[in-house]
Every structure is written in structure tokens, then in C-alpha cells.
Ligand binder design. Structure first.
Ligand SMILES: [Zn+2]
Ligand SMILES: [Zn+2]
Length: 316
């Protein structure tokens, strides 16, 4: 897959304007991922994750803090904080992630939703335990009857490229596809969904002793839309197309037909996957410049918080 990606980028950027069909890429995916093999229809999100997995597997690097191109581009992390209602003990778990998978509300009768609403739902407090009268099993106070816990999910590390999956394919008792339109912006501010940033209530210190996100410039939270993947059809069959941005131009890619389109039309799609790139990358502003500007005024507080935090944060 690494070689196939290499070939695709070479084809996109050379002077040859004849059409390019990524046939050998498809073949090598079939070869490498048995579950995608054959002529059956596949899910675009499954293909995306399998492709990243293949690139990772064939690029150099270890699983923890891997520096392969797939992880450098898409890897972020989520932090889950669970607080016991009885003793208020908080346990924190950090999990790596390659994308953000957004559920639709189960009981929604809304005629349209927004990406912001789905993200707020993703980060909303969730009650755990307390079901079936058993109570939350707290490792600190023992929990038991009447004890519940609150789980809060937020983003710990934002990747350079943010990939969202809008989980339109509901596989519960009644499998169906959610057709509710979701409005999404061309410019996205991720600050409210990041742990410890001013948009969130919790002020949990950073687990690895990094500077709190409040110290970072707002341009590090600013993302620009560059690709929209749309699925038309039913749960088990249908058709995909993609609207992609190149500079300020938008292109509609539908199998072998690539036609000019507009941002407005891309924003009107009933999206299944959305891709945003961090603005400070898009405009070529080096990260070192951004961080240097903040280093001076945050240096003192950083060293203070580093001594205070150490590496003693609990992990569930
Ligand atoms: Zn990797
Ligand atoms: Zn407890």
C-alpha cells in the first residue's frame, strides 16, 4: 500500500494529464486485507482504516508513538475521565485514535443536525453504573448500590488531519441507514472539544506533562474542510462519491467522472465522512514559529505545572 500511495501521488503531480485509475491499489488492498477481497460492496470507512493499517504495517515504526505517514497524519488521542459519585475519585484513560466516529442520537426526530451538535454529544457527560440496581463498581470506595459514575470523553491530541465518520449505518436490532442531513462548516474550531481547553468544563492537567492546551495559539485548533465522502443508497448497497478541495477549487469525483463543483455544493452533501486539515499546516506556518510565540509567556507556568504533574496521573 505504501508503494501504491507513492505511485498515486506521483501520478497526481506529474505533467501527464491522462486519467489515472488506481487499479493496482485496489488489487493490493484485496491482497493485503482478506475481508475487503472480492466484488462485494464495501464500506468506505472500513476501506479507509484498512488502508491506514496497511500503510502503517509496511512503514517503519513501532506501535507506540509510531512515526509512519499514516500515524503522523491521522493519529490523535481521546481521554476518558470517570468520576465516582460517592467518593469523587477520578480515573483517566487515554486511547489512541485515527478518526472520530460520531453517533447519531437514537431518538432524534430532528430534520437536520449539525457537526457541532454531534461533537457536543460525543463529549457530553455519560452516566455509567446504576443500571439494574447494581451500582458503579468503584476501585477506590467500592461503589455499590446507589453509586453511579460520570464518564466524560474529550480529545487529548488533535491530529494534523481530522477524519470524521458520521455513523449513518446503525447496526442495532433494526439495521437501517440514518438519512438525517448534518450541516458542517468549511472552517471548524476544535477548541471546545479538547481536554482542558477553555471550551470544556474540566481542567484536568495533561497526563504526559505537556503544556495545558490553553497555552496554545487558537490557530492550532482551526481546521479547514478539504474532503467530503457521501454515500447514496441503502445499508447494503449503494454508491460513493467524494467532493475534494485542491487549493480553492472544489472537484466532484464520481467514479471516472471528475467535474468542477463549488464549496456550497460540497457543504450541501449528506456526508458520511468528513476530512479537515489543520490551518497552520495548510498555510505553511511552521509549528516552531507558532510555539515560539507562546513559549515566552508560558515558560514559567509550564515548568511549574511539570513539577506539579510529574507522571503520577492515574490510568484506569
Ligand atoms: Zn504507524
Ligand atoms: Zn468511589
Amino acid at each position: 500500500m505504501c508503494c501504491e500511495m507513492d505511485r498515486a501521488f506521483e501520478e497526481f503531480h506529474n505533467d501527464d494529464t491522462s486519467p489515472f485509475g488506481p487499479i493496482t491499489m485496489l488489487y493490493s488492498m484485496w491482497h493485503a486485507s482478506a475481508e475487503l477481497e472480492g466484488y462485494g460492496q464495501q464500506d468506505a470507512h472500513s476501506f479507509f482504516l484498512a488502508a491506514l493499517d496497511q500503510i502503517h504495517a509496511h512503514a517503519k515504526g513501532q506501535l507506540s508513538s509510531c512515526n509512519c505517514i499514516a500515524h503522523q497524519t491521522f493519529a490523535g488521542s481521546l481521554v476518558s475521565t470517570v468520576t465516582c459519585s460517592s467518593c469523587q475519585t477520578t480515573s483517566t484513560t487515554v486511547d489512541p485514535t485515527l478518526d472520530i466516529q460520531l453517533d447519531f442520537p437514537m431518538d432524534s426526530t430532528a430534520s437536520s443536525l449539525t457537526l457541532g451538535a454531534l461533537l457536543r454529544r460525543f463529549c457530553a457527560d455519560e452516566r455509567i453504573g446504576g443500571d439494574h440496581g447494581k451500582g458503579y463498581d468503584c476501585s477506590s470506595c467500592g461503589g455499590g448500590r446507589g453509586v453511579v459514575a460520570t464518564r466524560k470523553l474529550s480529545i487529548k491530541k488533535l491530529p494534523p488531519v481530522l477524519s470524521f465518520q458520521l455513523k449513518r449505518f446503525a447496526h442495532n436490532s433494526t439495521s437501517s441507514k440514518v438519512e438525517t442531513p448534518v450541516k458542517f462548516p468549511s472552517r471548524l474550531d476544535m477548541r471546545p472539544y479538547v481536554e482542558g481547553s477553555s471550551g470544556t468544563a474540566s481542567k484536568t492537567p495533561s497526563v504526559d506533562g505537556d503544556a495545558p492546551d490553553d497555552d496554545l495559539p487558537s490557530s492550532l485548533y482551526a481546521y479547514d474542510l478539504f474532503a467530503v465522502v457521501t454515500h447514496e443508497g441503502k445499508l447494503d448497497n449503494g454508491h460513493y462519491w467524494a467532493d475534494v478541495r485542491s487549493g480553492d477549487e472544489w472537484w466532484h469525483c464520481d467514479d471516472d467522472k471528475v467535474t468542477p463543483t463549488t464549496l456550497a455544493r460540497a457543504l450541501g452533501q449528506k456526508a458520511y465522512m468528513l476530512f479537515y486539515v489543520r490551518r497552520s499546516l495548510a498555510y505553511g506556518q511552521p509549528m516552531s514559529t507558532l510555539l515560539a510565540a507562546n513559549a515566552a509567556n508560558s515558560a514559567a507556568s509550564n515548568s511549574a505545572s511539570k513539577t506539579a504533574n510529574g507522571s503520577t496521573n492515574g490510568t484506569a
